[in-house]
Design a protein around this ligand. Structure first.
Ligand SMILES: [Mn+2]
Length: 402
């Protein structure tokens, strides 16, 4: 059987998310017997109705992969049902996860019949080949907070089944791939004995073989993190269970360029003219559509110059039609830089002030080698009180002083 793995659509993130995810799924539908989607299909926990509608169109168009293939969905050991329209088999990631008792968007699409939510279910994908039936069994765990992943996997006690090609799907950071994420689970924490492990979460494609486990991550179908590795082509994976071969299929996506310029004691004019040269070079390429550009300006300015002296307004206006430009000026004072970063992340990651502040606080404490247990309880409570009252600025002051 041919398994397609398409991930991290981030529906609702921007105008590229829907067409790029749809293209990936529709293309996969024509080449594969089943489509698996390991999480972060939506960008926020409670998407707008326009986003839900677009997603419904894409999931509807993605149905019907693999002719003569059917899905048998085991709700429990004795409750199962069958589907012959072969919808995408998905899980929720970190972006869709909600507290217990609240409705989850992936389960909503499962109930509506547009997806199969594989979390804590067993899905058999069966295909008749001559007199035989080929069988793929998909088991999965939806995204959990990183520090809980290893424990959750242990508790759920996943086991491969006999007579099938066994796939395990999840949505977590993996320590071997993201070493700086110390709370991440390791390859050894994954349940043993599956033929293929499929992960989302990381936005650029990866393949890893370790301890007898074969892990593949297709990356996102849209650029959301504006980091250097996201400049790699976007697409999805096809895995052939008979040949054990893996192929990456590129999709049409908005080009993305990441550039960083470093300055030392520069004048405003030097910064602006070098920035302009970079933008002119990118705009001069034969781009299929206006590229997304992340331009980082870092380093120091000549004495007495503040970052406000570097006025990029005219430059941004000049390239507004040709480029989707995100300019990062990190030439200012440290505290201001952190404030801007905080606001940017609140906006782009659609996180609440509380979530971002909690992350920064954790980071700051770690820098000072203080564990959160050692942090005076009163200080933490005061911080959350401020945040709950919407006093973001006051809370930020506290976090930056911590
Ligand atoms: Mn993601």
């Amino acid at each position: 059987m041919i398994i397609a793995v398409v991930s991290d659509f981030h529906f609702g993130y921007n105008a590229d998310a829907f067409p790029q995810a749809r293209e990936a799924m529709v293309d996969a539908r024509s080449r594969a017997d089943v489509i698996l989607a390991p999480g972060d299909l939506f960008d926020v926990r409670v998407p707008r109705q326009e986003t839900l509608h677009e997603a419904a169109i894409a999931f509807q168009d993605a149905k019907g992969a693999g002719s003569g293939t059917r899905q048998r969905i085991l709700e429990s050991d004795d409750v199962s049902f069958e589907r012959t329209d072969n919808p995408v088999i998905a899980i929720y990631g970190t972006h869709e996860r909600r507290a217990k008792g609240l409705s989850n968007v992936i389960e909503f699409f499962h109930t509506a019949g547009l997806l199969v939510n594989a979390h804590a279910r067993k899905i058999f994908v069966e295909k008749r080949v001559g007199a035989d039936i080929e069988r793929v069994c998909v088991q999965a765990m939806g995204g959990v907070p990183e520090e809980m992943a290893a424990q959750a996997l242990k508790l759920m006690d996943f086991k491969p089944v006999e007579g099938a090609f066994n796939v395990f799907m999840f949505h977590q950071s993996v320590r071997e791939l993201i070493p700086q994420d110390e709370s991440a689970m390791a390859m050894a924490d994954l349940p043993d004995g599956f033929d293929l492990y499929i992960n989302g979460h990381i936005h650029w494609r990866q393949e890893l073989r370790q301890g007898g486990k074969h892990l593949i991550i297709p990356g996102s179908t849209v650029v959301t993190q504006m980091k250097l590795p996201e400049a790699n082509p976007k697409g999805y994976y096809l895995f052939d269970t008979a040949r054990k071969s893996l192929q990456f299929v590129e999709i049409t996506s908005r080009p993305f360029f990441f550039r960083e310029l470093q300055f030392k004691d520069a004048s405003a004019q030097q910064v602006l003219s070098q920035a302009e040269a970079v933008l002119a070079e990118i705009a001069g390429k034969n781009n299929s559509q206006p590229p997304q550009v992340k331009l980082k300006l870092t380093g120091t300015l000549a004495k007495g110059l503040s970052s406000q002296a570097v006025d990029t307004t005219a430059l941004e206006a000049k390239y507004a039609d040709k480029l989707k430009l995100a300019l990062d000026k990190e030439l200012g004072s440290l505290e201001l830089k952190e404030k801007i970063e905080f606001l940017r992340r609140m906006r782009t990651e659609k996180k609440s002030a509380g979530e971002v502040a909690a992350e920064i606080l954790k980071h700051k404490l770690k820098e000072k080698e203080i564990t959160s247990e050692e942090m005076p309880k009163a200080a933490v409570e005061e911080l959350f009180e401020l945040l709950s009252e919407g006093e973001v600025d006051a809370a930020l002051e506290r976090v930056l002083k911590a």
